[in-house]
Design a protein around this ligand. Structure first.
Ligand SMILES: [Zn+2]
Length: 292
């Protein structure tokens, strides 16, 4: 029997996967009210915004735009954006990509899926990047890879620690192999940065998947994650179909990864500024001690 008859290359007709434990979206009821996708509570959108987009009833962490995230974590007025003009082209002339980029730019107000810059947290200087879920779900193309690689090079030159926030559906398929190359490019920059003894802290947020997980999301010195975040390479259904085994309960959640040692600590979004400030202080003291 030919392999085609076995259905080996048949595309399974399944909807996008949702993972138990991963935070569901806050669903709009009207402009003023939202319904928590997890506990079904009705929430005032202003109240949710004040609470860093965390459900005050059940603690579900909803998506947060890159700039909101940066504003919530750095010292007020300290953020200076870097590489803001790096934007994706359409290197493969991929059908419909131009229109998709335009729509993402209009909806998110960003020109790419990552925002980079320098700032201070509790008075300690650092370089940081935050990916944006509102821009093609943080997909990584050439411009995203270029911006993050440049940020590590900048931080190496300035001897600054790097803080990253990942959220990504993976490599940007419209840029094909060029987007996959970003994994190696950024990893090279992270490696050179690490060899200089500098600190890289990464916060994995929901969802962090694909080529981002398989590269710089997992290369930090300290890996933090938000509660309930989906973190994985391939989706659970793809894995089950490949290995022909059921996956364990809670597979690919931040909590599961903590138990298996991939994540160092799960930190509620509302406590991250404190936690990261503490890490920067510890690192600064250790660095001063090393220099003697
Ligand atoms: Zn809730």
């Amino acid at each position: 029997m030919s392999i085609f008859k076995k259905g080996l290359f048949k595309r399974p007709n399944v909807p996008l996967e949702s993972q138990e434990g991963a935070p569901e979206a806050a669903l709009p009821e009207d402009g003023l009210w939202l319904r928590c996708g997890r506990c079904k509570s009705m929430l005032l959108s202003a109240e949710l915004a004040q609470n860093a987009q965390v459900c005050p009833k059940c603690g579900a962490h909803f998506h947060l735009g890159a700039r909101q995230r940066i504003a919530g974590i750095v010292d007020q007025g300290s953020f200076q954006e870097l590489f803001a003009d790096v934007a994706a082209g359409d290197p493969l002339d991929f059908p419909g990509y131009g229109a998709k980029l335009e729509k993402a730019r209009r909806q998110s107000g960003e020109i790419e899926a990552v925002v980079c810059g320098r700032a201070r947290i509790q008075d300690r200087p650092l370089a940081l990047f935050a990916m944006d879920p509102g821009f093609m779900m943080g997909s990584m193309g050439c411009a995203v890879g270029e911006k993050i690689a440049r940020l590590f090079e900048f931080a190496l030159e300035q001897r600054l620690p790097v803080l990253g926030f990942t959220v990504s559906g993976g490599a940007r398929m419209q840029e094909g192999i060029l987007s996959l190359m970003q994994m190696a490019k950024v990893s090279g920059a992270v490696r050179r940065f690490g060899e200089a003894g500098l600190l890289y802290v990464c916060v994995l947020t929901d969802p962090t998947t694909g080529g981002v997980t398989a590269s710089f999301a997992m290369e930090a010195d300290v890996t933090l994650a938000e509660p309930g975040a989906l973190i994985g390479f391939a989706g659970p259904r793809v894995i089950e179909q490949t290995i022909r085994q059921r996956l364990p309960q809670g597979f690919q959640t931040a909590e599961f990864l903590l138990e298996k040692g991939f994540v160092d600590r799960i930190v509620d979004r509302r406590a991250q500024r404190e936690e990261i400030g503490r890490l920067l202080r510890l690192y600064g003291e250790a660095d001063a001690w090393k220099k003697g």
